[in-house]
Design a protein around this ligand. Structure first.
Ligand code: SAH
Length: 372
């Protein structure tokens, strides 16, 4: 398989803007506050917000409804930034991955997974991850830090830049959906994720609706009701096992929040009621969690929850302790879940050639860091 990779942003380019306040990722209230400091009234926030998030401009001089003098004043104090791009790779199947570098030298990855007439951008919430799920490559990387709201929003903006999908109103578009399924556990960076998604959902800006945003969690149970109340986005649960013994081993957060508690939280999650289903992700590990008995137990466990089950063939990585289930075993598993009335698509691995598939987001960032 051939891929293309190019080096884009020189690392030094980021530094000059050090003492400017980055407007990307601020809440409206925060933007009002920093504008008020230089005597700017509220309506300026509305104006600038529209330029930044509807039109995607990165330079105040492009804000043509704002007088030149004020443009210059804004540029003296503020910046509209994007994460730096260390590499951008496009897979033979069209999947595109960005390895981003942040001003402190930390790196994370974002991925675009195109479908025929739409596509999802998979966004990271942390650099590394504190969870140590056994089958996940990111989980073997030390947690480095949370991403800021600006760095989270910036990932989606960078993807729009890359595909030329500004302004927000353009149709049709390739970037229709967002999945918080990149590196990190979004519910362990709760405040920043909420602030970022609120900016992304803002109707006068990027305007991606909550129905097109899916937040995936390994199961930080106490935060799940809050996600419903604060965001109301689609919920995905990384389940991967149907009994606590196995789940304790492969998704260790289960020791703190066992399966029964996790499923109780799902039962009362608001979107589950509105006929918007919860997605259960289930990675298919050969000889570990993939028998017909497992499938039947899964169906029993989720009974009563409007749900769909996403079967993810295990994506291998160097040194991984597992293998992917056979196609036949996956098909048999899917069939049992399907007959019980749950849609059970098998997720086609995307971007494996550029290590962009689920659970593979680590190698490139580590390698790149060593090189730098
Ligand atoms: N921490 C959150 C967000 C990450 S989502 C969560 O766990 O939900 C990434 C998804 O890919 C999760 O469902 C994860 O379990 C799955 N995954 C991790 N490693 C994988 C691998 N090697 N093959 C297939 N899926 C994997």
């Amino acid at each position: 398989m051939s891929t293309t990779a190019k080096k884009l942003t020189p690392d030094a380019a980021i530094d000059e803007k050090d003492d400017l306040i980055d407007l990307v990722g601020l809440s409206r209230a925060e933007m009002e506050a920093v504008f008020a400091e230089i005597g700017l009234p509220k309506f300026r926030v509305k104006q600038v917000w529209h330029w930044i998030y509807h039109h995607g401009v990165q330079d105040f001089s492009e804000m043509t409804t704002i007088a030149r003098g004020l443009q210059a004043e804004l540029a003296e104090r503020f910046t509209i930034s994007r994460p730096g791009i260390a590499t951008e790779q496009t897979s033979t199947d069209g999947t595109r991955k960005w390895l981003m570098n942040f001003p402190d030298g930390k790196m994370a990855e974002a991925v675009h997974i195109p479908e025929f007439d739409r596509g999802a951008v998979c966004i990271s919430s942390q650099v590394g991850c504190t969870l140590t799920c056994k089958f996940c490559h990111t989980g073997t990387q030390r947690m480095v830090r949370n991403l800021t709201p600006g760095e989270i929003v910036g990932q989606f903006m960078l993807a729009r830049d890359s595909y030329g999908e500004w302004p927000s109103a353009m149709e049709p578009r390739l970037l229709t959906n967002i999945v918080m399924m990149g590196m990190g556990e979004p519910l362990y960076n709760y405040d920043n994720v909420v602030q970022a998604l609120r900016v992304i959902m803002d109707e006068e800006g990027i305007n991606v609706s909550r129905r097109r945003i899916t937040l995936s969690t390994a199961g930080v149970v106490p935060m799940i009701p809050q996600v419903g109340a604060d965001l109301g986005v689609q919920l995905a649960i990384s389940l991967h096992a149907v009994n606590d013994d196995l789940r304790n081993e492969i998704v260790p957060i289960n020791k703190k929040y066992p399966i029964a508690d996790l499923l109780d939280a799902c039962r009362v999650y608001p979107t589950a009621k509105n006929s918007r289903r919860i997605t259960f992700e289930y990675v298919m590990l050969k000889g570990v969690n993939d028998t017909p008995a497992d499938a039947r137990e899964l169906v029993r466990l989720i009974r009563g929850i409007p749900a769909k089950v996403n079967l993810i063939p295990f994506n291998p990585w160097p040194g991984a302790p597992y293998e992917c289930s056979t196609d036949d075993d996956i098909a048999a598993f899917a069939d049992i879940v399907n007959r019980a009335g749950y849609s059970s698509p098998v997720r086609t691995p995307r971007g494996r050639d550029i290590l962009a598939a689920c659970g593979q987001l680590k190698t490139a960032s580590e390698r790149e860091r060593k090189r730098v």
